[in-house]
Design a binder for this molecule. Structure first.
Ligand code: IPE
Ligand code: IPE
Ligand code: MG
Length: 253
């Protein structure tokens, strides 16, 4: 692709899409000799603050990793506590999100959730679907590998039905079948809690995302911490395979 134009975000210093692995709830509680549940509860307050910040600062998309496809491996009591917390939080927060113009979306295999939780998810999405403010994407029972598998199944079905030829399968075709295909790719990835790994989060979509890791545990991650991450992002030069000189020529100063 020799003459492909350099496509950069219009205002490269502000991320359009922030994706966060909210990690460290358990350790936050353990440090205080509290049950892990207390850490998850404290984490919900952080979610509120971070959503509020993003909505007020014109961030277009915030994707939060709430429960991975691997988190079912946790003790049964913790899994059911987390499910209860999702349910209660949805019940309590959807009207407020709606009032603030926030559009709520869920990604992940929701079929594993209880029928009641699935209903709440659909209702929350429906109630807020016309909103034009922040899009809040909750990744629940989500895994990047799961996302790719479900996309492959859809593509294979299209080939089988003669709607698509194998030679036409390209990045766009695959991307279109993945979750959040209609949203801008994440510009900034944040992981709290000190681990420096992606843990099966948005594997395909993170191809050119700027990565930011902090030791701060999720319940301690406040609006100032987010601001610091956004400031750090603003210092990054995103080259998308080009040279620094090419980028400078397009965006002098
Ligand atoms: C993240 O916090 C929340 C979920 C995975 C649901 P953790 O529960 O993983 O906290 P740590 O990593 O054990 O401290
Ligand atoms: C990643 O955190 C998933 C979520 C935050 C929901 P984990 O705590 O499950 O990740 P690992 O197991 O340490 O990689
Ligand atoms: Mg963890």
């Amino acid at each position: 692709m020799p003459d492909e134009p350099i496509s950069l975000p219009a205002n490269a210093s502000v991320p359009r899409h922030i994706a966060i692995i909210m990690d460290g709830n358990g350790r936050w509680a353990q440090k205080r000799y509290l049950p892990r549940a207390a850490g998850h509860q404290a984490g919900v307050k952080t979610v509120r603050d971070i959503v509020d910040y993003c909505a007020r600062h014109g961030i277009e998309v915030l994707t939060l990793f709430a429960f991975s496809s691997e988190n079912w491996r946790r003790p049964k009591e913790e899994v059911s506590l987390l499910m209860g917390l999702f349910m209660a939080t949805l019940q309590r927060e959807v009207n407020k999100l709606d009032k603030n113009g926030i559009r709520l979306r869920f990604i992940g295999d929701r079929s594993a959730f209880s029928p009641q939780l699935q209903e709440k998810i659909v209702a929350g999405e429906r109630q807020t679907e016309k909103n034009t403010g922040l899009t809040l994407v909750i990744a629940a029972n989500y895994g990047g590998r799961w996302d790719m598998c479900q996309a492959m199944r859809k593509i294979a079905a299209m080939v089988k039905a003669d709607e698509l030829s194998v030679d036409d399968i390209d990045e766009q075709v695959i991307n279109r079948q993945l979750s959040i295909a209609d949203l801008p790719e994440p510009d900034l990835f944040i992981r709290t809690g000190g681990e420096k790994r992606v843990s099966n989060f948005l594997l395909w979509q993170l191809a050119y995302t700027e990565l930011y890791f902090t030791d701060t545990l999720w319940p301690d991650f406040d609006q100032q911490c987010l601001e610091k991450a956004i400031e750090d992002f603003a210092t990054r030069e995103r080259r998308f395979g080009h040279t620094g000189e090419q980028i400078y020529a397009k965006n002098p100063g």
